[in-house]
Design a protein around this ligand. Sequence first.
Ligand code: ADP
Length: 350
Amino acid sequence: MKNPTPKQIIVITSAILSVGMLLSLILLKITGQLTTDYIWLFVLAILLFVFSYLIFSYFIEKYIYRKIKLIYKYINELKQTDSIKPLRLQNDVVKNVELEVSKWAMSKRKEIKQLKETEKLRREFLGNVSHELKTPIFSIQGYIESLIDGGRKDKEITKKFLNKALENTNRLSLIVDDLEMISRSESGKLELVPEHFSINKLLQEVMDSMEMKATDCSVFLSFKEENPTDFVVYADRDRIAQVLINLFSNSIKYNNKYGKTLVACYDMEENVLIELSDKGIGIEEKHIPRLFERFYRVDKTRSRNKGGTGLGLAIVKHIIEAHHQTINVRSKIGVGSTFGFTLKKSNISI
Ligand code: ADP
């Protein structure tokens, strides 16, 4: 017997005791010191077996129960150990406890891994935030110091440096606005005000508002089809405008000169799929899973030079997920990228 259960141990101990006693009594009878009949000796041995079995069971049950109660108390963090069911030695209690403890250890290991990951992300995030803030702050400091050190005597230089300092404060406020937006949505405070609106009208408005930026970069924005089908969607119009601004802005920043960004909407029964495709630099496959992380950039220098905060896609994802919709990306390096997201179709026609 490799791993005897408590019940088996009690049976074996009681049997050894009663057989031992029976043998001693038989010895006494053989030597003539005992006159009792053999039958009574057997009855006595059986009685001793039953008696010791009951006594051992009682004390061992009590002992194991007390120990197990403590184990359950620690692993379940129970305040009231009374909620633990009384033990039955018929069941393999030790095996059950072993199983429970290994389940508990596994869940704790998972919890620790998750905590470590969150801690790593938190550290990375703090590092990223301070790094992002440091760059414009140092620039502003540099321009102000130069002005104090004599630059202000030259009107042209003063104007140039003040403009540069202003650009950097604008960048700081852009980063802080983006961070605020992310923190609001991560703490569940991103309140949506959904309404019924025409998606084509919003797309046209956003494209018009970005025309100057697009022209500066020689990028052409338009609908894919000449007469695109319009859909009425039910969503927070201002937040979706923000999503479109971020996506169009990226499609301009990461496009080639004289490149194009085309937008199209597709019917998906309950939802509408909105896709923005550019013929820009594209994204390598390995970067795609991390693209929507805060501060993740494929090419840090290019992103910063183009005024990116590295938070645009994280915000897009938060807004779309707050609408309980999905966003995806397909991309090929040197060919271009397509960002697509869904919105709930409205049953109202406007
Ligand atoms: P950023 O402010 O750097 O643009 P985003 O969160 O908007 O930050 O985008 C994250 C990264 O994804 C960018 O730095 C860029 O490398 C990549 N990216 C986003 N959109 C595109 C696109 N249309 N084409 C190529 N790369 C893109």
